[in-house]
Design a protein around this ligand. Structure first.
Ligand code: SF4
Length: 478
């Protein structure tokens, strides 16, 4: 995981499978790249829901194996991996979030960011509601429990119409799963089916592959899909075609796994295409093209293909180093970068190198990598970036730093080149990027480059807006 580009969250759900909990566990493993802070599974036997969550990776949370799987063993299950985008990384904010209300139990798993969560929470607190977490998902359970919403002919659709922002959601009620995407379809969510006919939902198709399920289709923006004993049913809570989508194109550039298909397009193929376009826009005379692994690899392959410059692996990522907790000191931070990315001296020494990365956020991590390449004897370093300069923060579920901390904020290309200590720098144009993607240009969100937020945002609200007190509860912190 790149420390400057934090993931969002991953969702999984499966209905009517004797091995539902094990398959959810496998599905979450394949979605681990979307969040490593916490993980959890909620399951139902058709009458009651049980839930187990904890801090850390899927492997760490479920390390006790058989015991916890036996307790959760049920044919209906949903799961969640989290990176915090609202509310800090604490046990109280783990998901799925389980609640009880007058109609029974509900467990919720959320990927995205509700931009009106603080407003809604203030309103509920003013009427006496109490909250036990500091994330934006708990407000959804309060909306579900509200008597005036329950009495509506379609309570869930009614609740969703009160939410604003980015949300892919998977709900577990005792007898069914309901999965939905916000009207803009900002975050991905798809449907699959196992060979025995069990219905599955997942953030990315890689999770379907992990359990040998077949991809059926994406859940449409504004659609609710129900998985129950009668199969799969669909309804819409906004009239289809009335909202122009705003799919997060950064999912394609960085977050999603290369073998996934999201927004109707394979991630690896699109990244390669972007790499080819990058080579056309920013050619260079170099001896070798190397990627910043892993997310820069597909684009680097495309860049090498188009430029006819040999591709090689000049850096190797260590997958065995988790969080090292070394951050305060610049020198130690540089050593940490070195530890995570090792340079192959034989590939880079004495060469002119084109380094392809997917994006640059603060720039300090990138500069650390550049310094390591210089120390290994690289003669020239030309930085090529497969997305435009990031100038604005994301309010739709990606944890970028503040505007002031972004490298490209108030810096021109010359200053960026100097900061990175490279011989040249070339960013993909926004137009070129959108031309590479299959859907029409106005079907994507591009706010972190253009500053044009399709859903109006309150820039004063941040990740910690609901952290008014030091709420802390120690449960299964492990
Ligand atoms: S602002 Fe950027 S990261 Fe956020 S949803 Fe839009 S494209 Fe994605």
């Amino acid at each position: 995981m790149d420390p400057e580009k934090k993931e969002n969250c991953g969702l999984f759900g499966i209905f009517g499978d004797a091995e539902a909990v094990h398959k959810t566990y496998l599905g979450l493993h394949s979605l681990q790249h979307r969040g490593q802070e916490s993980a959890g599974i909620a399951s139902s036997n058709g009458e009651f829901i049980q839930c187990y969550t904890g801090m850390g990776t899927v492997r760490r949370v479920f390390r006790t194996g058989r015991g916890i799987f036996q307790k959760l063993h049920n044919p209906i299950a949903i799961g969640h991996v989290r990176y915090s985008t609202t509310g800090s990384s604490k046990a109280i904010n783990c998901q799925p979030l389980l609640a009880e209300y007058s109609r029974g139990q509900v467990a919720v798993a959320h990927n995205g960011n509700l931009i009106n969560a603080t407003l809604l929470r203030d309103e509920y607190e003013a009427h006496g509601s109490i909250f036990s977490s500091t994330n934006d998902t708990e407000i959804i359970t309060h909306l579900i429990a509200k008597p005036t919403h329950i009495s509506n002919h379609d309570p869930l659709a009614h609740v969703l119409n009160h939410l604003q922002g980015a949300y892919s959601l998977v709900f577990l009620f005792a007898d069914r799963i309901e999965a939905t995407r916000d009207p803009y379809g900002i975050r991905p969510l798809c449907i699959g089916q196992t060979d025995k006919g069990a219905c599955v939902v997942a953030s990315e198709t890689c999770a379907l592959d992990a359990i040998d399920a077949k991809f059926i289709r994406e859940i449409e923006p504004g659609e609710i899909v129900t998985l129950d004993n009668n199969g799969l049913h669909s309804r819409f809570f906004v009239t289809p075609g009335t909202v122009t989508p705003a799919h997060c194109i950064f999912e394609h550039i960085y977050f999603a796994k290369q073998n996934s298909t999201i927004f109707n397009e394979n991630v690896h193929e699109l990244r390669k295409k972007i790499g080819r376009q990058l080579a056309k826009e920013h050619p260079v005379e170099a001896d070798v093209v190397i990627p910043v692994p892993d997310s820069g690899t597909s684009a680097a392959v495309g860049y090498a293909e188009e430029s006819k410059i040999p591709f090689d692996m000049g850096m190797v990522r260590s997958h065995y180093i988790g969080r090292t907790f070394i951050t305060p000191d610049q020198k130690l931070r540089e050593l940490e970068v070195k530890l995570k990315l090792s340079v192959i001296k034989e590939v880079v020494a004495g060469k002119r190198i084109a380094v392809v990365d997917d994006s640059i956020v603060r720039g300090t991590t990138t500069r650390g990598k550049i310094r390591t390449l210089r120390q290994a004897g690289a003669k020239q370093i030309h930085m090529r970036v497969s997305c435009p300069p990031i100038r604005f923060p994301c309010f739709y579920g990606i944890d970028f730093p503040t505007k002031e901390e972004l490298l490209a904020n108030n810096r021109d290309l010359k200053q960026i080149k100097e900061f990175l200590e490279v011989d040249s720098v070339g960013y993909m144009s926004l137009e070129g990027l959108l031309n590479c993607a299959t859907l029409p240009a106005d079907h994507y969100c591009t706010a972190c480059w253009s500053g044009k937020y399709k859903i109006p945002v309150d820039t004063a609200v941040n990740k910690f807006s609901m952290e008014r007190y030091q709420m802390q509860m120690f449960k299964d912190e492990q």
